[in-house]
Design a protein around this ligand. Sequence first.
Ligand SMILES: [Zn+2]
Length: 349
Amino acid sequence: MKAQVFRGVDRLCYEDLPQPTIATDEVLLKVEVVGVSPRDLQALKSPDTEAPCVLGSEIAGTIAAVGESVSQWWVGQRVATVSRVPCMRCRECLRDRFSLCSFYQNITTTAGLSDSGGGFAEYVKVPAHLVHHGGLVALPGHITLDRAALLQPLNLCLAAIDRLRFQPGQQVWILGAGSIGSILVLLLKQFGMRPLVSDPNPDRLDAALDLGAEAVFAGSSDDLHTKICAFTDGEGVEAAILTEPSHISFLNALDGLRPGGKLVCLTDYADRGAMFFDPMSVMRRQIDLLGCAGMSFRLQPMAIDLLFDHRLPLESVVSDRLLLSDLPEVVERGTAEKTATRKILVYPH
Ligand SMILES: [Zn+2]
């Protein structure tokens, strides 16, 4: 089968790999569509990513084979995947920190090289833990595979909103109008909140307005918070969600909050250099700094309901559709400075 194998920074090779073999309790999935996540884009540019591997975790497809002992799934079924599933029994799962669970961290779909998602290939193996504990979601006939591939980012955005615990009517500043920022706009509107969006790219801001943003702010300079404060009568916002991996954006978000505000960090940092900010400002203004990584399995029933409910126009966050053979071009497009790209969907077949 064909796969895009990561062989080092900026080295994606379109290669032939053996189709994964499955054990009696596993499932083989034909990858019909896979979403490119911000984490994929970062991993493809990072020297920390172990090569060789096949990335890509936001997979929707058709079941191609099932092991002898698998009775609840059958060949030909259309499914969305959840590429990582926690155990729901450990202390991390008990306090909703699912991405810290060892099951979540160590078991995932694979194209055969390593456990790294594997969606940038024609077929992936779904391991037994995922097959039996919610890693496959059967799709009703009216749900397209494109929409199904958005299940995981949809859940991630729900998890971020859940961390804020805020009220309808509140303004929330979303920094970054890429795929995650766009889904956040849709969800905040759905829940009666008022999204404000900033991004360096004007096309992304136009799209955010179309999705329902109350106001948009161009640029990413270090005085962006002054525009936010001016827009909120000098008060600042109750909450901000950081989806841009940028130190300047982090500092802007902190300074754009009103006292008692909350900041959710929902981004991977490729740039790990030192950053200076005044912890006294966080203490005196009683700011809550909140980290959010990975999906919430407590919220998965809600995520599936929203996925299956066409009132949420999820597909409108998709900006690009390309073949698997064109993945290197996709990566360049997705990581370019001031990119207009939002969600990229890739088709292996
Ligand atoms: Zn656990």
